[in-house]
Write a protein that binds this ligand. Structure first.
Ligand SMILES: CC(C)(COP(=O)(O)OP(=O)(O)OC[C@H]1O[C@@H](n2cnc3c(N)ncnc32)[C@H](O)[C@@H]1OP(=O)(O)O)[C@@H](O)C(=O)NCCC(=O)NCCS
Length: 172
């Protein structure tokens, strides 16, 4: 498993690839950010029985404490492999310093290096639009359960990487 530091565009010193030793703290952080209802989300169906992309999943550490997390997962849309992002969470005490954006950018950069064509997620367009995500190219992607289609967003990592994404999204 690789562990690499990336230069964060935030005041925090380190974004690192998530390691097994971070997993428990990530669960606590995500539980706090999303509450107990998080396992009912359609996105969760794409994580169950799946294996996260270790080289594209990051934690933000502040003096060794996990204060931010982003995970990517391999999925298929039709016959096209794409990386599915989520959950993204930042500790309430550390928000609005660019950390969430830095985590998403680190995950997307790692996914591009690893050869993924696009990153897909379910989230708020006003937040993710500034990081290059849009709903248009994901309009014909169907989630495995109820989802507001306007929140299904995609970012191409290569020229045309967000084109031709049609059909159900499923665990690869
Ligand atoms: C969303 C979240 C990860 C952002 O983390 P962050 O480190 O504060 O993000 P950034 O610093 O990059 O951006 C903060 C800005 O985004 C805005 N923002 C945060 N959530 C937003 C949303 N859902 N829609 C629109 N804007 C949002 C903030 O108001 C802030 O604006 P400001 O810069 O004008 O103050 C964090 O608020 C969080 O963990 N929320 C709970 C979990 C969640 O909703 N995750 C995302 C869904 S996939």
């Amino acid at each position: 498993m690789s562990s690499s530091a990336v230069a964060p565009s935030s005041p925090y010193p380190s974004l690192l690839n998530e390691l097994p030793e971070h997993a428990r703290a990530v669960e606590v952080l995500v539980d706090r950010a999303f509450g107990p209802g998080r396992f009912a989300k359609s996105s969760e169906r794409l994580r169950e029985g799946n294996r996260k992309l270790d080289d594209c999943s990051f934690v933000a550490l502040d003096e060794g404490r996990v204060i931010g997390s982003v995970r990517l997962w391999p999925v298929m849309v039709g016959d096209k492999p794409v990386a599915f992002l989520g959950p993204l969470a930042v500790d309430a005490t550390a928000r609005s310093h660019g950390l969430g954006q830095a985590l998403v950018e680190a995950a997307c950069a790692a996914a591009a290096r690893a050869g993924w064509r696009a990153v897909l997620l379910v989230g708020d367009a006003p937040y993710f639009a500034r990081i290059g995500f849009s709903a248009g190219p994901a309009a014909r992607v169907t989630m495995p359960g109820p989802a507001d289609q306007r929140r299904v967003l995609v970012k191409a990592l290569v020229e045309g990487g967000d084109s031709g994404l049609v059909g159900p999204i499923r665990v690869a």
